[in-house]
Write a protein that binds this ligand. Sequence first.
Ligand SMILES: Cc1cc2nc3c(=O)[nH]c(=O)nc-3n(C[C@H](O)[C@H](O)[C@H](O)COP(=O)(O)OP(=O)(O)OC[C@H]3O[C@@H](n4cnc5c(N)ncnc54)[C@H](O)[C@@H]3O)c2cc1C
Length: 477
Amino acid sequence: MNPGRPSRVAVLGAGITGLSAAHELRQRGGGRHQPPEVVVFESAPCAGGKILTESHDGVLYETGPESFGTAKPQVMELVRELGLGSELMHVDHHHRRLLILAGGRLRPLPEGVGQVMPVRWWPFLLSDLLSWRGKLRLLGEPLIPAEEGESDESLGAFFDRRLGREALERLAEPILAGACQGDPARLSLRSTFPQFAEMERRGGLLRQSWRGRTRRLAPLAETSYPVTLRGGLALLPGALARRLPAGCLRLGAAVTKVSRRNGGWEVRTAAGSECFDAVIAALPAPALAPVLEALDPELAGILREIPYAAAAVVTLAYDRQGFSHPLDACGFVVPRSEGRRLSSAVFSSSKFPGRAPADLLLLRGLLGGAGRDSQAIGEEAAAARTVRNELRDILGLGEAHPRWTRVARWPAAHPQYTIGHALRVRRLESCLQSCPGLVLAGESYRGSGLPDCVRSGRLAAAKLLTPAGGRIAAGVA
Ligand SMILES: Cc1cc2nc3c(=O)[nH]c(=O)nc-3n(C[C@H](O)[C@H](O)[C@H](O)COP(=O)(O)OP(=O)(O)OC[C@H]3O[C@@H](n4cnc5c(N)ncnc54)[C@H](O)[C@@H]3O)c2cc1C
């Protein structure tokens, strides 16, 4: 082994993070150096983790993530690198608008409202999403003095303070907290959407949004809409797995323990143990904690402090004939204040046409989220019934009954970056100082969602292949 450079690396988990890490290790190792030998351990019978594409009755549907944002370019870059560019599928031009349930009625998010702040006057003023009182309170934001200090404020407290209760409940909570199914009163603004704290510091959210308006309006056309793959997102982990050398991906191999061995690392599974120079741990924090318990109980304890919210994804296929709603949007989100059990719905066959045969309409309803876990982890039949009833009620579907329904339950779906998260990650970094060659990566730490996972996986590999003062690196990517 070159000093500070591993020649054999274990990657734990073949989700998008682990596969991106393994891919990067093989890519980066070229040139002057031999790429390290890589072994990817995956407990499930297939690679991909939360990315799961299924098909039924001529319909392709996703039971985990269904699309990815392009403002962060990492997934786009990887898709093109893997030769999957022709599979890219954009949100249908005519169905880009998002609806918000407010006061029991679906109302469109006004044009020009990207991430919460309006950058066009008229659509915002003419919209009925906020009352006049709510609009005036939001427009008075520049008068609110910036809060001094470094406190880790909750997302809810921040938007309540700056924009008022109504804008928090009808804009910030469903759009921002809704993305990770979080409770705005518990999520840390600094760890989830630090750009807003920065905007406050630089003169206020409205002023900053208007200053960057011309820059922001152009990207609104393309990069603020998500993208998917025509043949399903599972094409991505599939292509990554196929690029790995034969025998490198061990499926059905749950890692039970990682410990130190002769200056390197020993990885144990039911089949036995193997030695490595370095380990990239790309498991969600709750799954990693027991694996590292014997190595460092403090590290395992911090991993257990990172909470996860449960979710259930219910896919429903309706006959087009007799279906009374036009589904003329990409879907809708439901603020918590509406007191509903459904948290959002995607009109999949409008958003990505071609996903279902012409005679079918495809919808996807989401249950669960922080504080609402029980709705997601209960009986499958109950989840299906709840979503069906909520859709019937909200969309006014009358007696329309789905031709078929599929339920996927995720007991640990979304990591919650609650208040204190940044400190938790710093404490992990400090524990890892004494673990050269161990790098943690994935959605639990510095960004969840596919682009951040790809970034984290690739960064973990780059970190390991860049010796730090003659020592193999360690830390959180
Ligand atoms: C319902 C849902 C909808 C989502 N929608 C979107 C979306 O539309 N867009 C978006 O960008 N993101 C979305 N996300 C988030 C995104 O899916 C995740 O952030 C991302 O897939 C996480 O990837 P990962 O590789 O870090 O973790 P995972 O995908 O969880 O992969 C971890 C892997 O480790 C394996 N594993 C666990 N324990 C062990 C062990 N002991 N030994 C070996 N292997 C083990 C697991 O089987 C799994 O394969 C969604 C998530 C969910 C749940």
